[in-house]
Every structure is written in structure tokens, then in C-alpha cells.
Ligand binder design. Sequence first.
Ligand SMILES: Cc1cc2nc3c(=O)[nH]c(=O)nc-3n(C[C@H](O)[C@H](O)[C@H](O)COP(=O)(O)OP(=O)(O)OC[C@H]3O[C@@H](n4cnc5c(N)ncnc54)[C@H](O)[C@@H]3O)c2cc1C
Length: 500
Amino acid sequence: MNASHAVVIGGGFAGLSTAINLAHKGISVTLLEKNDHVGGRARIWESKGFTFDMGPSWYWMPDVFEDFFGRFGKKVSDYYELHRLDPGYDVFFPDDERVSVDASMERLKAWMEKLEPGSFAKLTKFLDEAEYKYKVGINDLVYKPSRSITEFIDIRLLKGLIRMDVFSSMRNHVNTYFTHPYLRQLMEFPILFLGAVPSNTPALYSLMNYADLKLGTWYPKGGMYSVVRAMESLAIEKGVTIRCNAEVTGFTYDGKSINGVCVGEEILDADVVVAGADYHHVDRQLLPEDKSNYSERYWDKRKLAPSSLLFYIGIDKKIENMEHHSLYFDAPFDQHADAIYTNPRWPETPLYYVSNTSKTDPNAAPKGCEALTFLIPLAPNLEDSEDMREQYFHKIMDRFEATMGQNIRDHIVLKRSYAMNDFVNDYHAYKGNAYGLANTLDQTAILKPGLKNKHLKNLYYTGQLTVPGPGVPPSIISGIVVAEEISKDFKTLKKKPQTV
Ligand SMILES: Cc1cc2nc3c(=O)[nH]c(=O)nc-3n(C[C@H](O)[C@H](O)[C@H](O)COP(=O)(O)OP(=O)(O)OC[C@H]3O[C@@H](n4cnc5c(N)ncnc54)[C@H](O)[C@@H]3O)c2cc1C
């Protein structure tokens, strides 16, 4: 089969990555994005001199970004400046207990030894194992398209399966090393990025602890949107045509292939189509029943990663004694997890996260001001109303002001909330999910929704609901993987210039 023109649906990290990789192979690519700018969940909001990354704010795994740009003979530094945050982040526990996760781990060590003597030596061993998992996981496993179990029948991987801890849970793994509940919680924190609870997540993912504590937390100058801008520039350099305000509404077919992508009344020709929009939206809302990969029942049974309630707040003063990233774990974790995963409800006492970008980046807020983003993880599909959002705003503000010992509410000059209904309206997010599908054992690799449509020869999927999973680095990798699969399945041909 030949392919000279691809249409990519959605301008998030996965769609941009796919478009760049396909264009690099010589194929002509049109990327269609429903919103007025690309970035998807990583869009930006600017108002009254404040700038907010609307979604991701943690830049982890810098090697993945370097590898991405390196594929095209570029470096991250060709596009944006990267700084390692030190401390990477602060965590607040009950009883005024606070820890800074510093790059040298000196402060972390002192804190750990205070709570549990001997625990830092255990951390060193824990991280050695995590490093092994990271290296095998990131260099090998995550780049597998997961179309067949045979991809994983590799002696090195089979031998390493036990060491990779695929079949034990992250919770058990952490518990064998650490006893103090705060240490356990700190080690379990990176799992929250995978959208699942530690008891349900393979211990393989302690690789995230290596990413956290060894590789560090970074900040791209200008915010996470600088990465989107970089990928947008690279896509344009590669000749990708990017069209915003172009919502895909359906397809036309020629037997077992799509031959046209509909944007309202307009139909664009396509040899290959890659859906980087939410998988469920394309599968169930854009395709007819006989061409969709999975039933509504299948989707309903998936364990989604959480949705979120976010507040983007501009205040007219500086906050003292606050780092760029702070986690407020001063409430029972298991109760909040139960409210997300087991008995979906608004949590009684939520854990929350605050990003204070202007601490690092003076351009994020006017002089003397602060740009703050508050995030509460929530179960997807909860009833979302202005009243509820406001109630939770005050719930966390009461605690935030008490913990930090500073008044915030009297200084607010800008405020916007964002939650489930917005995720649905802006991104067609299934059940208003924020992070896609949880990386539980039964939703890993070949057990995830597949990257290829079973009924149509030229429709593929990419992004956080398929392999390898949620998060910015996995979404970028997802685009690489799907482009590789297309070039295996199709002969990608340079498009001939059109003659008039
Ligand atoms: C609040 C929040 C915080 C997060 N924090 C982090 C973090 O700190 N670090 C991290 O690594 N990850 C984080 N994540 C996860 C990360 O942002 C996502 O996994 C990643 O951005 C998903 O990229 P994607 O390309 O798969 O999907 P998306 O970004 O959703 O892109 C899909 C695109 O498709 C478009 N689209 C939908 N329907 C159509 C249609 N019919 N036609 C055309 N276009 C369409 C959408 O508008 C969207 O632009 C966070 C996510 C959220 C929401």
C-alpha cells in the first residue's frame, strides 16, 4: 500500500509528534485541530499579564525530549531553555511536616533519617532497581507498538521480567523498603502521574521514582507551552500544514479504507489517518458502529485516569516561602483515592497541588504578582457545577492560607476554574478525563486500546488513551511509535507537486 498524504486529527503532543515523524519520512501531512491553537491539554491561557499552562506543568524525563528532537538532528536547546528546579518540589504532610526534594538529596536525606533511621540507604537501593527499570522501560518497552504479545518475547526482556517487577504492586514494593507513612507516600507520589493507585500499579513503575529523584524536575523557560511551540515550529519546518479551528466531524469511505476526512462540509483527501484526538471520541462518535474498534460497554469498563478541578489564579502580591511545585498531602490519601477510583464522589478532604510558575519565571505574572494554578484530582464523570467548584475553591483555600500562614483570597485579581465539563467541551474528553487511561496492569501494553483500527486499513490512533500511556513524554513517544507502524504498513511516498 502506498501513502503520500496523511491527515492527523488533533494538535496535542501526540498529534504533533505523529505529524513531525510522518513528515520527516517524506509524506505530506495536514494536522487538524478543533481549538484555536495547538497544544491540546497543554494549551496556554493568558489574561491581564498573567500566563498559565492549562495542563501539564511537570517536565520530567528530559532524555525523552532530547531524544525526540535528536531524531531530526535538533537539540532541545535549539528551541527552549531548560532549567533544573532545585528543590524539584515541596511536600506538605499533616502536623506541619514539610520536605523539600532537593537535587543533591541532602535535605531529603536529613528528613528521611529523622523520620526513619536507615531509610536513606534503603532509598539508594530502591533507586538502583528503579534505574534498571527506567533504562529497560524507556529505551525499549515504551517504544513497542503492542500489536502482538510476540513483541515482548525477547530473551533479555523475559529474563528481566522478574527484576522489572511487572507482577507485584507498587504499594507492596514501596512497603518492603519503607515503614514511615510519609516516606511511603512520597515514594508513591510519582504513580499519581500514571492515573492509578499504587496498589493497582505494577512495581515496574518505580521507574518513575528514578525519573523524579535522579533525573529531576525541570522547567522550560516560558512554561510547558514552550515545548508545544517548539514542536509546532519543527512541524512547520518539516512542511506540515497545521489548521486550527478545524474540527473533524466524520469520514468518507472506500471499502475498508477512509478516503476523506470531513471538516464540516469540506472533505480532505487522505491515504492515512491518525486520530490524536481522544480515542473514544473518534472510535464512538466519529465512526459508525461497524467500523469502531470497541463497544460502548468496553469503554465504560476502562479504568480512566482522574479528571481534575483546576483554578488559575492571579494575585497582586508575592507569596513567601513557597516553591515552584508544592504538593499538599495534609489529608488522608486513601480516602481521596477511594473517592476517585472505588466509590466515585467529590472527596471530603482533597489532596491538592499548587504550581507557582512566577517563582521561577518572572514573565508568568506582572511585577510583584504571582500566577498560581491549583489542581484537585477528581473521579471522571462527576457532576460538575459552578456551586461545587466554588465550594471546593474555599475548601482548599482555607487549608492553603492556614498552611502558608498568608492571606490569598483578598489579593485575587484574576480567577478561572476548569473541570470535567470543560474537558468535554474543549477536547471531547471521554467522561471528562484529564489524563487518559490509567496505567494499571490490566491496561498495560497489548491490554490497552490498540493503535490500529481493526476494520479500516488506514486508520491509526495515538495519544494518552493508547500505548504507551498518559503524560507528556508517553504522548510524544506514542506519536513516534504510530509513525513507525505506518511506515512498516505503507510505502510512504513523497507527494508529487500538483500541476495546474
Ligand atoms: C491538568 C493536567 C495536568 C497534567 N499534568 C501533567 C504533567 O505535569 N506532566 C506530564 O507529563 N503530563 C501531565 N498531564 C498529562 C498530559 O498533559 C497529557 O497526557 C498529554 O498532554 C496528552 O496529549 P495528547 O496529544 O494525547 O492529547 P490532547 O492534548 O488532548 O490532544 C488531543 C487534541 O485533539 C483535539 N481534538 C479533539 N477532537 C477533535 C476533533 N474532532 N477534530 C480536531 N481536533 C480534535 C483536541 O482539541 C486536542 O487538542 C496533565 C494533564 C492535565 C489535563
